[in-house]
Design a binder for this molecule. Structure first.
Ligand SMILES: CC(C)(COP(=O)(O)OP(=O)(O)OC[C@H]1O[C@@H](n2cnc3c(N)ncnc32)[C@H](O)[C@@H]1OP(=O)(O)O)[C@@H](O)C(=O)NCCC(=O)NCCS
Length: 172
């Protein structure tokens, strides 16, 4: 598996990854209508620009994108998705470890995110604190998520699961 930067031209493939992840994983925590509002069939306007403008990394396995993460310059994890076919193999952990190191390189003091109900446990497991649950609107439908934060002090490191940009199969 390889972790690499987002490449222009794969926006539609990454939307399919997000959509599959929402409709097959997050569906355990949201209604079908909420999942449709969160991840409709077609990418929202500006999806490609969002991937282009927010530093985004892709985990690739056999020429296929199986995970993605995006980190704003302020340290906000904007996207974190693993393909349903590759759940629970350490991909999100490796992606989080990468952005955490990136945030340290940027000398940021915290990582923040708005975690879905499906991802709340993952972030708690990796040292994030849940600050509050909030309601957000997606295409006129209300969904809940968690505002979460993690300090980046030396005592708050995510245990590394990959060294650098190449992740071993055993780690993933
Ligand atoms: C949340 C998500 C990204 C996790 O991806 P993943 O690649 O399956 O997670 P990992 O395999 O890297 O998990 C790493 C660790 O976190 C734990 N973990 C993963 N998901 C978890 C969850 N929902 N609750 C509690 N722990 C979880 C794993 O057990 C594993 O623990 P370990 O280190 O002891 O083995 C994935 O389930 C997903 O895409 N969910 C649907 C979309 C979504 O909600 N995305 C987040 C938007 S904010």
């Amino acid at each position: 598996m390889y972790l690499r930067p987002y490449q222009p031209g794969e926006a539609e493939a990454l939307w399919r990854l997000l959509r599959d992840s929402v409709h097959r994983i997050a569906i355990a925590h949201y209604t079908p209508a909420q999942c449709d509002a969160w991840a409709p069939a077609a990418p929202p306007q500006g999806w490609g620009e969002r991937l282009q403008q927010t530093p985004t990394w892709v985990m690739e396995a056999g020429d296929k994108a199986v995970g993605m993460v995006a980190l704003t310059p302020a340290g906000h994890i904007d996207l974190l998705y693993t393909a349903p076919s590759h759940q629970r193999r350490g991909i999100a952990r490796a992606l989080l470890h990468w952005v955490e190191e990136e945030a340290r390189r940027l000398d940021l003091s915290h990582l923040t995110t708005e975690a879905s109900l499906a991802a709340h446990g993952f972030f708690i497991r990796h040292g994030f604190e849940a600050l509050r649950c909030q309601a957000v609107q997606r295409h006129g439908v209300e969904l809940h998520n968690w505002v979460m934060s993690k300090p980046l002090g030396d005592d708050a490191r995510t245990p590394p699961s990959s060294g650098g940009t190449r992740a071993s199969a055993s780690a993933l």
